[in-house]
Write a protein that binds this ligand. Structure first.
Ligand code: ADP
Ligand code: MG
Length: 366
């Protein structure tokens, strides 16, 4: 039996800060996905539950999927819905997503058929906004239906369609599909529905009732996604909806410091490799998080904020020095606290090491 939802949740938790509700839903979906492919080989079939991740930019949608891919033993492919439409008639066919999965499975069809496909920016397929490419977007939505539900798709092994290529049949019945997108404007659609429901038959210009939820996205219904511009058939094939919230300063602070291989750990590691030490005061970390927060693109800008702060250190560091980033992005530099030498006799005979750094004198009695 594969990992339990709780185990997958804990693995995600080590890398993805906050977003508990989405992590929980994704963990359940992934665990069920693993179980389902096992059960099928034993003769039982369970309907699959594809997932839709909704949340603003930079709050961890793709990061969640990448982390999931590392946590469970199935191939995961990440594709982008805009590549299916951008180039018009020369755009990638939806089978291109399966081609990615095939690549992620080392061209092993059986492995690919148990994999996971993430379709980013699926909200960009909405016809709602009208305008150029509306028919094309609608067409792509339709072409996704069969694949999401489960069908035999013919995938060109080399990617692009080529007349001489023999197509690889891939059965998508056991492939888990996860759509993701920011769905800008969906919040208003949900809020309007909730508000209207509560004031049904009354003046719609009345202020919203006080019990309206603070986060309308937590109350998304299929009808809202349809109002946004996804066709009902596609909405129906993405039955598990997980929403991710905006990241606050506190979340961003934790993203800097907490995750396995987190951002600050990476820079500290880099500096460490060159023989110096990098530290950040707690206040400086919060300040970096604040600076990123005002940009309003989630955790996306954290790296560039940190990079700007430590640029000079990276450019011109001296091994053996300790660099401390303090408020205002200022960097204090001093020689690394010398290593305590415990044997007094050594200290007495060598008061300086080769580089001229005075060695510590162990205070008497230590
Ligand atoms: N909740 C989070 N926990 C930890 N890191 C995060 C989180 N959200 C975003 N990040 C960081 O920010 C980067 C951009 O996030 P990403 O997942 O690509 O955002 P999106 O929601 O737009 O897909 C990620 O690579 C990751 O390093
Ligand atoms: Mg993304």
């Amino acid at each position: 039996m594969g990992p339990t939802p709780r185990e997958i949740f804990d693995l995600l938790d080590g890398h993805v800060v906050g977003q508990g509700a989405a992590k929980k839903k994704l963990a359940i979906a992934a665990s069920n996905h693993l179980l389902r492919s096992e059960a099928r080989s034993g003769g039982t079939t369970f309907e699959k539950s594809n997932v839709l991740l909704i949340g603003p930019t930079g709050v961890g949608k793709t990061h969640l999927i990448r982390t999931l891919a590392g946590a469970i033993d199935v191939p995961v492919a990440i594709g982008d819905a805009t590549s299916l439409t951008e180039a018009g008639y020369v755009g990638e066919d939806v089978e291109g997503l399966l081609h990615r999965l095939l690549l992620a499975s080392d061209m092993d069809v059986a492995k690919a058929q148990r994999g996971i496909v993430y379709i980013d920016e699926i909200d960009k397929l909405a016809w709602g906004s009208g305008g150029v490419g509306k028919d094309l977007r609608l067409g792509v939505q339709h072409s996704l239906l069969k694949m999401l539900e489960g069908a035999t798709c013919h995938v060109p092994p080399g990617g692009a369609r080529h007349p001489a290529q023999e197509l690889v049949p891939i059965d998508t019945s056991d492939i888990l599909f996860i759509g993701g997108g920011a769905f800008v404007g969906l919040e208003e659609i949900v809020a309007r529905r909730l508000g209207r429901g509560a004031t049904f038959g009354f003046d719609r210009t009345l202020p919203p009732p006080p019990d309206l939820p603070i986060n309308p996205l937590g109350h998304v219904l299929p009808c809202d996604l349809e109002a946004f511009g996804l066709i009902p058939e596609l909405v129906g094939r993405l039955p598990v909806v997980a929403t991710l919230g905006e990241l606050g300063v506190e979340d961003l602070t934790r993203i800097l410091t907490d995750p396995v291989g987190g951002l600050l750990k990476q820079y500290k590691g880099l500096v460490g490799l060159r023989g110096a030490t990098l530290e950040f005061t707690d206040e400086a970390v919060v300040e970096i998080a604040r600076a990123a927060h005002v940009r309003g693109v989630g955790a996306r800008v954290l790296r560039s904020v940190v990079e700007a702060v430590v640029e000079d250190v990276l450019f011109d560091l001296t091994p053996g020095h300790l660099y401390t980033v303090t408020l205002g992005g200022k960097v204090e530099c001093r020689k690394k606290p010398p290593i305590m030498v415990r044997r007094p006799s050594l200290v007495r005979h060598h008061s300086h090491d080769a580089s001229g750094v005075p060695l510590a004198r162990t205070p008497a009695g230590q």
